[in-house]
Write a protein that binds this ligand. Structure first.
Ligand code: GLU
Length: 454
């Protein structure tokens, strides 16, 4: 049974690299019908913050990486100490200084003696004796890796403040939690030989290791905030869909083959193989992420998008949460979703569909509505008013008939109509726009214009 873990330290937000590690662990667990464990490595009380922890948990849930088990290292200090003391007893580790064990003068029983012993002990670091030898392991992604451990100094297991070191707590937990595959970023490769020594000293069975390739910024070099190493919460705030972000993370080191870029998570679970992850560094291409996001918006269910769009419309007072035409909203989302990169693009593009009076930029007015068009608009209205089926094809047929009757070019009427109806100079096909606006709104909007002109 495969058991994997994601082990973030809540000393910062969940970033792209961490989210990719979480994804590959989660995905491997799903593909093997295994267990995905979340282990919060909060041994550093000074640097671990609740705010970071909350963000990490929220972001993982938002991305859809449900964990089956959750542990906090800060609740396991006794376990680490017990194993460190066992190593001391077995003479594989030692206290940093000679331990002053004082007999209690007024000794009233063993309990006090034991407490004293314990508190004295916590002031002393426990250190592993590192044998001089070579060690090696086979990384599932990178193949065989050999280390000369003679360069590794004796390792601190428990610091003098009583907290365990990362390598020690990590090995104890991976072993006790029966982790079968340690999948993590390749910045941890240099920790692996130290951890292997610990497995040996403790007599624990080694897991498999898989180190994921580095993620580089597109402009070269390591990721930094400026180069896109943004927290997942910021991606969320910027209007990326979780499915799109997950698809993007998937391609950071893995490919479903045949140059495919859009892949459904269910299919990815079927195809994913940790051994097929690339050795070479992945490049963070945010333009690609934008493209993927637009593809996901295009394919998204309009009702689902509406759930994200409704609060944005309410915020801008474009609709009343308790009283709006949902069918109209859904038709508009369907009309615009192929032209959006972000969910909030809808607001900019479609805001004028929700107002009573369309505002027109004076420059656009000057360019497209600089002549009296009331006759053309009235004739167009008359034609479409009599349509029994208010569909784009029928509206277009009336429009074509009218321009030929008037002996004008289509563009001479298309642009003025679009600007008068929507206040925008670009947008989806005019006949689709009119069909979604509906007969009443179209009539209202054009009549207002006709009245102004006459
Ligand atoms: N807490 C470590 C980190 O955030 C975990 C490393 C590991 O997966 O072993 O990098």
């Amino acid at each position: 049974m495969v058991r994997v873990r994601f082990a973030p330290s809540p000393t910062g937000f969940l970033h792209i690299g961490g989210a990719r590690t979480a994804l590959f662990n989660w995905l491997y667990a799903q593909s093997q019908k295994g267990t995905f464990i979340l282990r919060i490595e909060d041994t550093d009380a000074a640097r671990s913050k609740k705010q970071y922890l909350d963000e990490i948990l929220y972001s993982l849930e938002w991305l859809g990486f449900r964990w089956d088990e959750l542990y906090y290292q800060s609740q396991r200090f006794d376990i680490y100490r017990e194993y460190a003391q066992r190593l001391v007893k077995e003479k594989k580790a030692y206290y940093a200084e000679k331990m002053p064990i004082e007999e209690t003068a007024n000794g009233d029983g063993n309990q006090q003696k034991e407490n004293k012993f314990y508190s004295e002990q916590t002031k002393h670091a426990i250190i592993l004796k590192v044998p001089q030898q070579k060690t090696s392991f086979v990384d599932l992604i990178r193949g065989p890796i050999e280390f000369d451990t003679s360069v590794i100094k004796d390792q601190v297991l428990i610091k003098s403040d009583g907290t365990p070191t990362y390598n020690f707590a990590c090995v104890i937990d991976d072993a006790l939690m029966n982790i079968t595959h340690v999948i993590r970023g390749d910045d941890h490769i240099s920790n692996t030989p130290k951890q292997l020594l610990l497995y040996e000293a403790l007599g624990f069975k080694q897991p498999f290791f898989a180190h994921l390739p580095l993620i580089l910024a597109k402009e070269g070099g390591r990721l930094s905030k400026r180069k896109g190493a943004t927290a997942i919460s910021e991606f969320r705030a910027q209007g990326y869909l979780p499915e799109a972000l997950v698809n993007f993370l998937l391609l950071l080191g893995w490919s479903p083959g045949a140059d495919r870029e859009i892949i459904d998570i269910k299919e990815a679970i079927q195809l994913f193989d940790i051994r097929k992850v690339n050795k070479t560094a992945a490049v963070l291409d945010l333009e690609k992420l934008n493209w993927i996001n637009s593809e996901y918006i295009k394919r998204a269910d309009a009702d689902k998008l509406a759930e994200q769009i409704i609060p944005l419309l309410c915020e801008r007072n474009l609709i009343d949460k308790n009283n709006f035409d949902r069918n109209y909203l859904i038709s508009l989302i369907k009309l615009f979703q192929s032209r959006m990169t972000f969910v909030h693009d809808f607001i900019e593009r479609a805001d004028s569909f929700f107002v009573k009076e369309v505002t027109i930029d004076p420059k656009d007015k000057e360019r497209f509505l600089n002549r009296n068009l009331s006759r053309e608009f009235s004739l167009f209205l008359k034609r479409i008013e009599s349509l029994s089926e208010f569909k784009p094809e029928a509206i277009e047929a009336e429009f074509r008939a009218l321009v030929s009757e008037l002996g004008i070019q289509s563009k001479d009427l298309i642009h003025p109509l679009r600007v008068a109806l929507t206040g925008k100079t670009v947008g989806p096909g005019l006949f689709e726009v009119i069909a979604v606006l509906g007969k009443e709104r179209t009539k209202e909007r054009l009549s207002r214009w006709i009245k102004q002109e006459s």
